[in-house]
Write a protein that binds this ligand. Structure first.
Ligand SMILES: [Zn+2]
Length: 369
């Protein structure tokens, strides 16, 4: 979710460049490389690119994409940074606040397109405060105001390194009934849920079990009628994979892969999917040949449960838009062509087509159009 990470990504690409063979990856029907399950049209100050411009960047390389902004706005506090205008949450000590207008902006961007262009997008509702018992009402209001537009909700955030403590007002929690009402409503409508929730605290060093894991599993299990994508496999820039860099004494403790495997094998969580978006996640996965092999083995075991997304924010050109996909080349090469196709295109199509179908049916039944 960090625009500025693109430059680091590009540096990485130079290193892995020679092994990149895009032709091998063209496995979808339309010849595109992937569908993007995680894309931000706008940034933390609600600026970005138009949907029309995104279509130009997608070209023939990207088939379909989710479409959302960022629900949080970085306040420009004169008291804090004077005339320096922060465009990113790390550039100011001033708080972030929920910016509900993002949903209207995304809807209007979508509506500015032709029907054929719209068919390539799955807009998502994000502009609600997950600590507010009225959040589900906001989601419903957006659907009623813009019927025929949205497929899901998210990316919205409960725990996120650096971000959660900066949000104005009551801190979000996985145990807040407001989150349950959001998940309940999403399940009732058929909205696909994309949630960001760090599995662990930053830099935990594995001293204790991942601090938010049990709460998250309980939340997921309470909502088995809702299709839920857990973004970034619960990782962050400094929220490392569980077991990452553990001393030898802890080598028999569950690793991140063990934890994800347990979730995917649990029949009570068969409605849960993971996205492997973000260059910050890719850096863990492609770290060594061994990490690539271990992740590929897990994905091969559950090929229908992972989605690729870029998590790019308002990219300025096609190269930066495609950079995360390119960074993952070692993983694509380690998967069978069938599994690679599912992660990059097929799973998106199945999950978001179903979301579209259900949401349109709910709107037909509940919204006068
Ligand atoms: Zn994101």
């Amino acid at each position: 979710m960090l625009a500025r990470h693109i430059c680091c990504t590009i540096v990485t690409l130079v290193i892995i460049g020679p092994s990149y063979a895009p032709a091998q990856n063209k496995t979808s029907d339309d010849g595109s490389l992937f569908n993007d399950s995680h894309f931000h049209l706008t940034n933390y100050i609600q600026e970005g690119i138009t949907a029309e411009r995104l279509l130009e960047l997608m070209g023939s390389k990207v088939g379909r994409s989710t479409l959302f902004g960022i629900p949080l706005q970085q306040q420009w506090s004169y008291q804090n940074s004077g005339m320096f205008s922060p465009s990113y949450y790390l550039e100011s000590d001033a708080p972030l606040y929920y910016y509900s207008f993002t949903d209207a902006y995304i809807a209007m961007q979508y509506r500015s397109l032709s029907r054929e262009q719209q068919a390539r997008f799955d807009p998502m509702i994000t502009g609600f405060n997950p600590a507010d018992m009225y959040a589900a009402k906001h989601i419903e209001r957006v659907l009623r105001t813009f019927p025929g537009v949205f497929t899901g909700i998210g990316e919205f955030t409960i725990h996120k390194e650096f971000v959660s403590p900066k949000v104005s007002g009551e801190v979000a929690s996985l145990t807040n009934p407001a989150v349950d009402s959001i998940f309940d409503f999403a399940g009732e409508v058929g909205l696909v849920v994309l949630i960001h929730n760090d599995m662990d605290m930053p830099m935990s060093k594995g001293k204790v079990a991942p601090v938010y894991l049990d709460q998250m599993k309980n939340l997921l299990k309470r909502h088995n009628g809702t299709t839920i994508i857990w973004a970034h496999i619960g990782l962050g820039r400094i929220v490392h994979p569980v077991g990452y860099g553990s001393p030898p004494s802890r080598e028999h403790s569950p690793t991140h892969i063990d934890i994800v495997n347990e979730i995917l094998s649990d029949p009570g969580m068969s409605h849960v999917y993971f996205d492997i978006s973000w260059d910050e996640v890719a850096k863990y996965i492609i770290r060594t040949p061994e990490t690539v092999t271990a992740v590929a083995k897990l994905i091969e075991k559950y090929p229908d449960r992972f989605l690729f997304g870029t998590d790019v924010v308002a990219p300025k050109d096609q190269e930066s838009y495609l950079a995360v996909h390119k960074m993952y080349t070692p993983l694509w090469n380690a998967l069978t062509p069938q599994t690679s196709e599912k992660v990059r295109t097929g799973n998106y199509k199945r999950i978001f087509d179903e979301g579209r179908r259900k949401v349109r049916a709910w709107e037909n039944a509940h919204v006068r159009q």
